[in-house]
Design a protein around this ligand. Structure first.
Ligand code: SF4
Length: 360
């Protein structure tokens, strides 16, 4: 049996769901994931419908496009309108900045092109040595190593980087400080964990007594992770466990970690609607200032606005509300006409719920 088929076996899923029902406490428990792909799996396979009424799975800030603050979109727009060609991923160009998006800036004559990878950006810069390019580098620990490779390889002189990478464990720690959220356990993201390994999550059981399970992306992965968390909660224990051993090792990808450390330092970073989270962003090291677009072009955005009036993305992104609780959801904000960042990306909670949970 193929691996993905094994982890989608409906008979086994039913058995695990029954086991979860036996483990579920009589009081409400809230389990939080921080990954757009986890939310997609949960919504697509209807996993919430298999859970007892006391077990709630909420979505944290796990969509790299959604959490991009408007100020950093505004920086890219300013560059695109100044004649520099901005290269970035397809989802990003539709994300709202303070007033407009990269997509709208392109319609107004700005230079914006979609690429599929940072190496595509390098190739484009090499093909057009007479033009200046900026790669808007977004994503979590999973995509940062690819950016680091090109920075360390001293990519073409006419390509610089607007770095907007963010780190997941500090965002998880931030969630624990949200007074009335009351999370009982974390489902940690499998993709990020293939890079960072298990150690960065150790703080959650040790300092916060928070059960934490790293999980894969198939429906059975998520159900297993939920059962492992409920087992810990039942025992009154808090451990760090790895459900996704077929991909995640204790130490993670050491080569990728070294690349990140060589190219970037860790700084505080803004997350859309959530403010600044300490030690949650990557910034190019001083020795790479020659390819740092913020230094090279002296981009400065003094005022920005993360949320359009009525948009509740800041509450959706911390799992405080579900998308249908936003008054704009599937009324004026839809996948074909998004008003907020969470409705733009395929990893955004509102878009996933719009496509799976509620008929448009
Ligand atoms: Fe923002 Fe739209 Fe989601 Fe409302 S439905 S929170 S406006 S993305």
């Amino acid at each position: 049996m193929e691996e993905h088929t094994r982890f989608r076996d409906p008979k086994l899923a039913k058995k695990v769901a029954d086991y979860i029902k036996r483990l579920a406490p009589p009081h409400d428990v809230k389990l939080c994931h921080v990954c757009g792909t986890h939310e997609w799996t949960i919504s697509h396979y209807g996993l919430r419908t298999l859970l007892p009424s006391t077990v709630h799975v909420i979505a944290g800030p796990g969509c790299p496009v959604c959490i991009l603050p408007a100020a950093e979109i505004d920086e890219a727009i300013a560059l695109a309108l100044s004649g520099v060609t901005v290269l970035t991923f397809g989802d990003v160009i539709r994300v709202p900045g303070s007033e407009t998006s990269l997509h709208e800036a392109r319609a107004s004559g700005g230079a914006v092109k979609v690429v599929y990878s940072v190496s595509d950006a390098v190739k484009m810069a090499e093909r057009h040595p007479d033009r200046d390019f900026v790669f808007l580098a977004i994503g979590f620990e999973t995509t940062a190593p690819a950016t680091a490779v090109e920075v360390l390889d001293r990519s073409p002189e006419n390509l610089s980087f607007l770095v907007s990478h963010r780190l997941i464990p500090p965002a998880m720690e931030m969630l624990l400080g949200v007074g009335d959220l009351h999370i009982d356990g974390f489902i940690a993201p499998g993709h990020v964990s293939t890079i960072i390994g298990m150690e960065p999550y150790q703080i959650f059981p040790e300092a916060y007594h928070m059960p934490t399970v790293v999980a894969g992306f198939e429906p059975l992965d998520v159900l297993f992770a939920i059962s492992m968390l409920l087992q810990q909660i039942k025992e009154g224990e808090a451990r760090l466990e790895n459900e996704y051993k077929r991909s995640v090792t204790q130490e993670g990808n050491l080569k990728a970690q070294r690349l990140i450390k060589r190219a970037f330092g860790t700084v505080g970073g803004r997350w859309r609607g959530l403010g600044r989270i300490p030690s949650s962003a990557l910034a190019l090291k001083e020795e790479f200032r020659f390819c740092n677009a913020r230094e090279k072009y002296n981009v400065e955005v003094t005022h920005s606005r993360d949320l359009l009036p009525g948009c509740l993305c800041h509450l959706v992104m911390i799992g405080k509300i579900n998308p249908p609780e936003c008054p704009l959801f599937m009324k004026t904000c839809t996948p074909s006409s998004p008003k907020g960042a969470c409705m733009v990306s395929n990893e955004g909670t509102c878009r996933i719920w719009g496509q799976h949970t509620v008929s448009p």
